[in-house]
Write a protein that binds this ligand. Structure first.
Ligand code: PLP
Length: 458
């Protein structure tokens, strides 16, 4: 075993990983990147088919972002935002205000998606305390929601596998049904349902709005749950209902933000401005950890008062507003402008859809869900009767192992194969990536060829 792998296996505990399996199997070491490819320590290259876990937008080593970081590094790597201004953080705030939905006026920085959501939860809670409506303390969340891994964000999460062990550690929240049609929890069919999932939300808000602070939602698509897409109009419906019942709307765009759904933010698809909007993953183009929580003027002003009133939001992190990360984020926005990235997306979305239509016809593909360049392919033992593969068969993991052998790194969510290419992927690259996807699915579910391939841990 190489030295690096030895160190890793002796000392490093990997995220979301069964370490017993990890140390028992050969693992890949990434030493470089080039465009939308990752390069291993033996010089082999692989398509970065899930954008390095949903963060990378413009490929690796993009000259504009590299330059932005290096130029800032020559000035200073870090100074605190506690009691001091730094130029990248201030400039980035101004530039972000140009692209977020109208009505969001302030930004609070942090380091990752979990903290961005955590901050929105705490501010929404404190907001009602400050407004003299102290009873409004509870959060409404969707079944299958994922908002991060801290205790606060797990409290508004709903992925049983990840969250059940921590149950007694969490604050209680109210769960409404997951709005995905393929997995409809209300046993409706799309034609006849009249969006019963939205009616279920209204029932809760109507009854309990006096104790409800906010509703938290991933817009258009619940990504970590398995790319569970929502019916058109659901998000807009949530905005109308939360307004009607005086409940704040917290929209978690950590996964969907920065072009991933085909528009800069998912909210734009339905003309929604939330009370809070949270972003992270793509904000630096996938270069450095940075997150942002946006809020309206109304929220911000509730916290204003004299020093002695102690209305302050007592929250911050050591690296809040880190200049290097903010410089990377400025580079990211520059690439969006200079390369007219948003204009290039509709064509790519259609290209991927065409390739997926073909994959959708494969025998063991139960459902394909696409939202912009976010894709989930759900595999089924029997697609017709919606009979899932047993968990132990690790079919999703086997498809990903096979894809890796064919030259693309992807990761599954259970038996759902996730495909989320960098937005900058060219037409030829997308064609090769979707071809690998199809080949890997076929070889594992039809030919049986990949069935002995080692399951990378999911
Ligand atoms: C990834 C993700 C988070 C958590 O972000 P981290 O940076 O991993 O803490 C929160 N919400 C959504 C929707 C996500 O996809």
């Amino acid at each position: 075993m190489k030295q690096v792998e030895q160190w890793d296996k002796e000392y490093v505990w990997h995220p979301f990983t069964q370490m017993k399996e990890w140390v028992a199997q050969p693992q890949l070491t990434i030493v470089g990147g080039e465009g939308v490819k990752l390069i291993d320590d033996e010089g082999r290259s692989y398509y970065d088919g899930v954008s390095s876990l949903w963060v990378n937008l413009h490929g690796h080593r993009h000259p504009t972002i590299n330059r932005a970081i290096v130029e800032q590094l020559d000035k200073i790597a870090h100074s605190s935002l506690l009691g001091l201004i730094n130029e990248p953080a201030a400039r980035l705030a101004a530039e972000l205000m140009e692209v977020v939905p109208a009505g969001l006026k302030k930004v609070f920085y942090s380091d990752d998606g979990s903290t961005a959501v955590e901050i929105a939860i705490k501010q929404a809670y404190q907001y009602w305390q400050l407004k003299g409506k102290a009873k409004k303390k509870t959060f409404v969340t969707l079944a299958n929601a994922y908002h991060g891994d801290t205790v606060g964000t797990v409290s508004v999460g709903g992925i049983d596998l990840f969250h059940r062990i921590f149950k007694s550690l969490l604050f209680p929240s109210i769960q409404v049904p997951c709005p995905n049609c393929y997995h409809c929890q209300l046993a409706k069919t799309e034609e006849s349902c009249a969006m019963a999932c939205l009616t279920a939300v209204e029932t809760v808000l109507k009854e309990r709005h006096e104790e409800i602070a906010a509703l938290v939602v991933e817009p258009l698509i619940q990504a970590a749950a398995g790319m569970l897409t929502q019916p058109k109009g659901y998000l807009k419906g949530l905005r109308e209902l939360t307004k009607k019942y005086d409940v704040l709307l917290l929209v978690d765009e950590v996964a969907t933000g920065f072009g991933r759904t085909g528009k800069m933010f998912a909210c734009e698809h339905e003309g929604v401005t939330p009370d809070f909007l949270m972003v992270a993953k793509g904000i630096t183009g996938g270069y450095l950890p940075l997150a942002a929580t946006f809020m309206t003027q109304e929220i911000y002003e509730a916290f204003l008062g004299d020093y002695g009133e102690q209305k302050t939001f007592f929250h911050g992190h050591s690296y809040t507003g880190n200049p290097l990360a903010c410089a990377a984020a400025l580079g990211n926005l520059q690439v969006f402008r200079e390369e007219r990235l948003l204009e290039s997306l509709p064509g790519k979305v259609v290209q991927v859809k065409t390739a997926l239509d073909k994959i959708g016809k494969l025998k063991h593909v139960g459902d394909i869900r696409q939202c912009g360049l976010m894709v989930g392919i759900e595999l089924m033992a029997d697609a017709k009767t919606k009979t899932p593969y047993p968990w132990e068969a690790a079919v999703g993991a086997r498809v990903c192992a096979e894809a890796r052998r064919l030259g693309m790194i992807i990761r599954p969510l259970g038996n759902i194969v996730v495909f989320m290419p960098p937005l900058a992927s060219k037409e030829t690259e997308l064609a090769e990536m979707t071809a690998i996807l199809e080949k890997a699915i076929r070889s594992v579910t039809e030919d049986g060829a990949g069935q002995d391939s080692p399951a990378v841990f999911i």
